[in-house]
Design a binder for this molecule. Structure first.
Ligand SMILES: *Cc1c(COP(=O)(O)O)cnc(C)c1O
Length: 475
């Protein structure tokens, strides 16, 4: 057979040069994330446009030029350096980075066992391991998804199908979650056309169970149909963990599907010292957690764990007879992820979870998480001991919310002062914080999900906040 003229394959020496170049860029990224800075230069839309916006190339370019440009683009990005305390952003562990490269090379489309037998088996064991790791279940079913948002949407859809027929009127169906719940839950409810009632929290930002019971009773009396309760295992603003066991009791009393959003926090249940905080999480019908947050996997990788695999199958198409048959017979070989979630073509995300857990083991992962939590406690201690800082919430899990409070500055000016401080600090590049609203006050929010962050980075954070705070202060 004559060779194709327009093959996209590479000769062996070019292939080697490509992967040598890519490997050296990957190593450079990992080294850059070890030290910082967070930005090589303050980000500027103009500079990025000059670097990136070119005409659609009609002819290809030499590999060396392309790798150079790629290096420049990577260098212009934000690095999750040890002093990056914003959002919930972990750097990837090197093992998981390599796993993602291998997943792309093998390019298994993990739709079903028939299409990707080994990858399907790896994903099913990875899901079980995640369930065991956080004490949810040793035999959890479920699947990996793009992240917590997709996990929450999938869970709400399963809950909806467990409560009602596909063609039923959804307008009366009501889900419950605290006002501190991640906005992806409201998005999911909106997507599905169901109501979401926001419930008040206590002073520690945990849902108030009495307010929750009252809301459900009031809605029932008004003719609404409560169907789902969502608890937070680590809110994104302050790290608050709802009273998960009490919520499980309420869900049972009220016959509601009980979903726990642990996208940020649930993996901290791997840490024996933190496990008691999550008591009751194991009673959930479904649990969202994000390996791309606290399992240090590169994006994207979320997980939805479910206690009863047949609930997912009921939601995603298989009729009653079919799912019972499939789960009993030659189960492994007839298994299809399309029966358990929304996506058909799916990336081999499980490889990075599987390789991370095998290489490091759960003891090391739990210790890394525990150390992240210790950094947030250290920050809270420094804030408590500083005359010009005020602790606003926590520390809870690995989040600490505080603000700069120069002696003598009136309360009414503090929000604006801290906003200016944050804006300047985010462009500064030495350290990075995000913001949160705590009881109506603007907080500087630090979150540690970085196995490279040390006590010295935490001290530097406080110093830089103080320095920038002085600089932006209006006389
Ligand atoms: C991050 C987060 C989400 C959304 O997860 P993505 O992976 O970004 O889609 C949902 N809930 C909580 C509590 C989170 O921290």
């Amino acid at each position: 057979v004559a060779a194709r003229e327009a093959t996209l394959d590479l000769p062996d020496d070019e292939l080697r040069a490509l992967f040598d170049g890519a490997r050296s860029l990957a190593e450079q990224e990992i080294r850059a994330a070890r030290g910082g800075p967070i930005f090589a230069e303050p980000p500027s839309a103009e500079r990025l446009a000059a670097l990136i916006d070119e005409d659609l190339p009609v002819e290809g370019e030499p590999l060396a030029d392309l790798l150079d440009s790629c290096g420049e683009v990577l260098a212009a990005g934000r690095r999750t350096a040890p002093a990056f305390f914003g959002y919930v952003q972990s750097p990837p562990s090197p093992v998981a980075v390599a796993a993602d490269l291998l997943a792309s090379a093998a390019d298994q489309n993990v739709t079903a066992w028939r299409s990707a037998p080994a990858a399907t088996q790896v994903e099913r064991i990875a899901v079980r391991w995640l369930g065991a790791l956080v004490g949810f279940a040793d035999d959890a079913a479920g699947l990996l998804v793009s992240g917590g948002s997709m996990a929450n949407l999938t869970a709400l859809l399963i809950a909806l199908r467990a409560a009602t027929d596909p063609d039923a009127d959804r307008r009366l169906l009501t889900a419950y979650a605290s006002v501190e719940t991640h906005f992806s839950v409201a998005k999911a409810a909106g997507t599905l056309g169901v109501r979401l009632r926001s419930v008040a929290v206590d002073p520690a930002q945990r849902v108030d169970p009495r307010a929750l019971r009252a809301a459900i009773a009031e809605d029932r009396a008004a003719g609404l149909q409560p169907f789902c309760l969502i608890g937070s295992a680590g809110t994104v603003a302050t790290g608050a963990v709802d009273p998960l066991d009490e919520l499980a009791g309420i869900a049972a009393d009220e016959s509601l599907w009980y979903h726990v959003d642990g996208a940020y926090g649930a993996l901290a249940a791997a840490d024996p010292a933190s496990r008691p905080t999550f008591a009751g999480m194991e009673r959930a019908d479904s649990l969202a957690l994000d390996p791309h947050k606290w399992l240090y996997a590169p994006v994207d990788c979320g997980a939805l764990l479910v206690r009863d695999a047949t609930a997912g199958m009921r939601a995603f198409g298989a009729d009653a007879g079919e799912y019972v048959r499939v789960l009993s017979g030659a189960e492994a070989e007839s298994f299809a992820f399309w029966d358990h979630g929304l996506e058909l073509s799916r990336r081999f995300r499980a490889l990075k979870v599987w390789m991370t857990l095998r290489y490091h083991g759960t003891r090391r992962i739990a210790a890394a998480i525990a150390e992240d939590i210790a950094m947030a406690s250290q920050l809270a201690e420094l804030v408590r001991g500083a005359e010009d800082m005020e602790l606003l919430a926590g520390p809870a899990l690995s989040i600490c919310c505080f603000r700069h409070r120069p002696p003598g500055m009136p309360e009414a000016e503090l929000d604006r002062h801290n906003e200016r401080l944050l804006d300047t600090l985010q462009r500064d590049g030495r350290v990075y914080l995000s913001n949160a609203s705590v009881a109506g006050r603007l907080a500087l929010r630090a979150c540690v999900t970085n196995f490279r962050t040390t006590p010295a980075d935490v001290e530097r954070l406080v110093d830089v906040v103080r320095e920038v705070g002085a600089a932006v202060r209006r006389p």
